[in-house]
Write a protein that binds this ligand. Structure first.
Ligand code: FE2
Ligand code: FE2
Length: 471
């Protein structure tokens, strides 16, 4: 089914047949556009950007590429096609047909899941809004805006569910999505990692590598949901999320590539005189982003998580591929804990441990890319290895929140932490240096000094294509 872009809100959910819902969303739309103008990408109103837009939700051919004037981008509502006779795959309702409307008894839990996910989407747009001014190339500028418009669309996806299925409180929650702001001391975004600054491109690539990967794991477990509209919208969002992580992984890889080349060319580890980003600085940024993302998964042991699973609202990552009863009757899972100054592990009811399990899935997935980063370093015959810090490092939530630990997972006291955290987390000097490199490069095909060109352009276009046109 192709999407009709002549409608005010392009969609594949038959909005035209539901006048009340359509009117409600049409009332929300101007507030969204105003938010985009005020808190979306700065100074983007005059740009024509080579963007992909969803034109169908079928497996291939969903995306159309072309130059779009930024404010004229059309955000729409797209759900993956329904799966015939889909059944709930886990929890106490396993084997029952999926729900097309919200079961009354699970209403508040479902609303909370949707609001928490939805809140991260506009948050990331706000966090990234200044990056366009310092893009390392037109190719990267285009990718930034592609990510931004899709995060805006993800907000639309969640707002649609709130409007369509939660009545008045859903509409109120939709309004609140535009009133909380990343880093706002009075009305911050719900999750802490989405209040942090993302004001340089190294942070942006780390963000799209780690925070967007958190998004992948959250969306994948919501895609298992017994509430079918949530499942379908998450399945479509995952196709977009994959591109965000591609931007992150290739961005980090290109910086490593360039740094290694500069190290060899100038025979030095100190890249500050040659306009590159040293690998230890990158490691510190990685430590920061990875550790704050671990917090996004919540407490190791969680009754909320247990309820979401039992109720059939949020499954495990790739639930159907797991070989067990999908009810977790009597099953155990080990989670970390701190006892007498030592890290130990405890077996708890698996049903209460699904946050921990998802965090471990995320860690494994993150590690795969880090292995690829290390391959680049090794190809340059440079003696350096990126590592993900231990789960105990720099944590604000869960078993490790009360202690300090080194990236190697060794518990240390406050004095040692204060003395050494500058070795492990980005220092003011790191941030200042990275920021000093952030000068815009907007000549087609040219790259900033600190990043290698990408392997290929977007959608078969050459590297020196004018991915963004200025007026
Ligand atoms: Fe998203
Ligand atoms: Fe994303």
């Amino acid at each position: 089914m192709n999407i009709d872009y002549n409608e005010t809100i392009p969609n594949n959910v038959d909005l035209a047949d539901d006048r009340r819902l359509l009117r409600a969303l049409e009332r929300w739309q101007p507030a969204y556009l105003k938010w985009w103008e005020e808190l979306g990408p700065v100074e983007s109103g005059n740009l024509d950007i080579y963007l992909r837009t969803a034109i169908s939700v079928e497996r291939d051919g969903w995306a159309n590429y072309g130059h779009v004037r930024m404010p004229e981008y059309r955000w729409g509502i797209f759900l993956a096609p329904p799966e015939a006779n889909r059944e709930i795959g886990f929890g106490m309702h396993k084997g029952e047909p999926v729900w097309q409307s919200v079961p009354g008894e699970y209403r508040s839990e479902l609303r909370r899941l949707i609001v928490t996910q939805g809140d991260t989407e506009p948050a990331s747009v706000e966090q990234q809004r200044h990056l366009g001014k310092t893009c390392p190339s037109l190719y990267d500028l285009r990718n930034l805006f592609q990510v931004n418009v899709e995060e805006g669309r993800h907000l639309w996806a969640m707002v649609y569910l709130l409007h369509a299925h939660f009545g008045r409180d859903g509409r109120e929650e939709a309004d609140l999505m535009l009133l909380r702001h990343a880093g706002d001391p009075d009305r911050p975004r719900i999750l802490e990692a989405f209040n942090e600054k993302t004001d340089d491109w190294l942070s942006f690539f780390m963000f799209t590598y780690f925070q967007d990967r958190d998004g992948k794991f959250q969306l994948a477990s919501l895609a298992e949901s017994g509430f079918d509209p949530l499942s379908r919208t998450c399945r479509f969002m995952l196709t977009e999320e994959a591109h965000h992580m591609f931007v992150g992984e290739t961005g980090i890889s290109r910086i490593i590539e360039r740094s290694c080349a500069l190290m060899r060319e100038h025979d030095t580890d100190d890249l500050s005189s040659v306009g590159g980003i040293g690998l230890p600085i990158m490691q510190r940024f990685m430590n920061f982003h990875f550790s704050i993302c671990l917090d996004l998964f919540g407490q190791e042991k969680s009754t909320n998580a247990a309820n979401y699973f039992t109720m059939g609202l949020k499954g495990r990552f790739q639930e159907s591929r797991i070989d067990d009863d999908h009810k977790l009757d009597g099953a155990l899972y080990s989670v970390p804990a701190v006892e007498n100054g030592r890290i130990v592990s405890h077996e708890i009811a698996a049903i209460t441990a699904s946050n921990e399990r998802l965090r471990e899935d995320f860690t494994l997935d993150s590690q795969r890319g880090v292995n690829r980063f290390n391959k680049i370093v090794a190809e340059h015959r440079i003696d350096f290895e990126f590592t993900l810090p231990h789960a105990a490092f720099n944590r604000g939530i869960g078993a490790f929140a009360a202690i300090n630990a080194s990236p190697a997972g060794e518990i240390i006291d406050d004095a040692q932490w204060n003395r050494r955290h500058g070795e492990w987390l980005p220092t003011d000097a790191d941030k200042e240096y990275v920021n000093s490199l952030m000068t815009p490069v907007i000549e087609p095909g040219r790259m900033a000094s600190w990043i290698a060109p990408p392997r290929r352009g977007i959608h078969g276009q050459p590297l020196d294509y004018d991915y963004v046109r200025f007026h």
